[in-house]
Design a protein around this ligand. Structure first.
Ligand code: ADP
Length: 385
């Protein structure tokens, strides 16, 4: 086995955002050397890696040359040049998660077909090469209103998703390939993080629950453990594990699921990397998701995924109406509360809805953590000077 620790082994990370930054806490812990590539000179990762390179993640040559210089390549963002990763892999470079998986996940149509092929439960859907074909299908009664429109590529944080209630709702949407998916009457959105290493060792984290703001329809709290029945939680972990195994995935896979009114579980989508829904693990778990991702891609034994305490995560996003140099108003007030830890990503400028940080609340009792989380949410404000 390669010696990763205090050695010349170099891990390359594509993307230098907050996920990369939190991954670097763990490479520092293990004293593993890192190179990071990101288009922004101000990327959160710039201060904690051994070598920071500014460059375009979608550019073949930039990614290929960057990859040549490292021993193992991983990514913290899906928007990277897959052809370059495939070439590196064909030349014997280790790339985890695999470019093949990334290619499937980057396209929502391919991703859905993958679930179908592997008998993984997911909402019924149809794929359309372009918008005109979708409009025709609607006219012909092949698909019925309402449905969920999803762009096959480029969607992120809900931007490539639109609920279509009338034909007019399609007007502002782009022409490109898309899927039309049945609306799922869900009572909960859940997520399970699965870790798998090249030897095939697999571990799942406890199920988390996304609690939405009743009006704004934005995720307000990620709650671990999810407040659901044990058998549903067990089933969710099994489905997630099946997804990871079907991909023969290496690294972390975050599996997002809908829990329907009838307690069926449908896979919505996956992310092949550490994920927002796993941030609670830094404070609440025996092994946090970033350490686990390293263990998985380096083929080390996986760490224990159980929680030590209940954890709730609140995203810190830029408040509407504020742009410019960021101020975390009342941060000292939330830090005075027990079990509350803010994470500041290191972005100098705030913009409305930009992810600037998150706060974790831990407590022995999830109900008490939930109460504290609400106070945290009302107290801290991400504004500008
Ligand atoms: P993104 O990749 O942008 O995160 P998602 O596929 O996760 O997009 O969709 C964003 C949100 O839209 C989901 O979290 C869910 O609330 C809603 N949504 C997505 N698909 C469906 C569906 N089939 N039925 C009902 N709501 C859906």
């Amino acid at each position: 086995m390669a010696n990763y620790f205090s050695s010349n082994f170099t891990l390359g990370i594509l993307g230098g955002g907050q996920l990369g930054k939190m991954l670097l806490y763990e490479t520092r812990k293990f004293d593993i050397k890192t190179h990071v590539l990101d288009p922004s000179a101000e990327a959160p990762c710039r201060i904690a890696c051994d070598l920071f390179q500014q460059g375009a993640l979608m550019d073949f040559d930039t990614v290929y040359q960057f990859g040549k210089k490292v021993d193992l390549l991983t990514f913290e963002i899906e928007g990277v040049n897959v052809e370059a990763l495939e070439k590196l892999e064909s030349e014997g470079k280790k790339v985890y998660p695999s470019p093949k998986t990334l290619r499937t996940i980057q396209d929502k149509g391919l991703q859905k077909q993958f679930y179908q092929k592997h008998q993984i439960p997911t909402a019924p859907f149809q794929i359309f090469e372009h918008k005109a074909l979708l409009l025709q299908a609607l006219k012909d009664g092949v698909i019925a209103l309402p449905f969920v429109w999803k762009s096959c590529t480029g969607g992120y944080d809900g931007r490539g998703v639109s609920i279509i209630r009338s034909k007019e709702d399609l007007t502002p949407l782009p022409q490109g390939p898309c899927i039309a998916e049945e609306m799922v009457p869900f009572k909960n959105e859940l997520a399970v993080i699965v870790a798998r290493n090249p030897s095939g060792e697999v571990k799942t984290y406890p199920v988390v629950e996304m609690e939405f703001h009743p009006v704004a329809n934005q995720v307000e709290y990620v709650i671990c453990p999810a407040r659901i029945a044990n058998d549903v939680a067990e089933k969710a972990r099994q489905v997630a594990q099946k997804v990871s195994q079907s991909f023969e995935h290496v690294g972390l896979l975050a599996v997002e699921l809908f829990q329907t009114e009838l307690d069926d579980l449908l896979v919505n989508e996956v992310a092949p990397r550490p994920h927002n829904s796993g941030h609670f693990s830094i404070e609440a778990s025996y092994t946090n998701q970033f350490e686990q991702h390293l263990r998985a891609i380096l083929n080390l034994p996986l760490g224990k995924t159980a929680s030590k305490v209940a954890g709730i995560m609140v995203n810190l996003v830029g408040e509407e109406g504020y742009s410019g140099e960021v101020v975390y108003q009342n941060i000292e007030k939330i830090m005075a509360m027990e079990g509350v830890t803010p994470h500041i990503y290191g972005k100098k400028e705030t913009r409305p809805f930009r992810k600037m940080g998150h706060v974790t609340i831990i407590d022995e009792a999830v109900s008490r953590a939930r109460k504290t989380a609400e106070i945290v949410k009302k107290t801290i404000r991400v504004i500008s000077k």
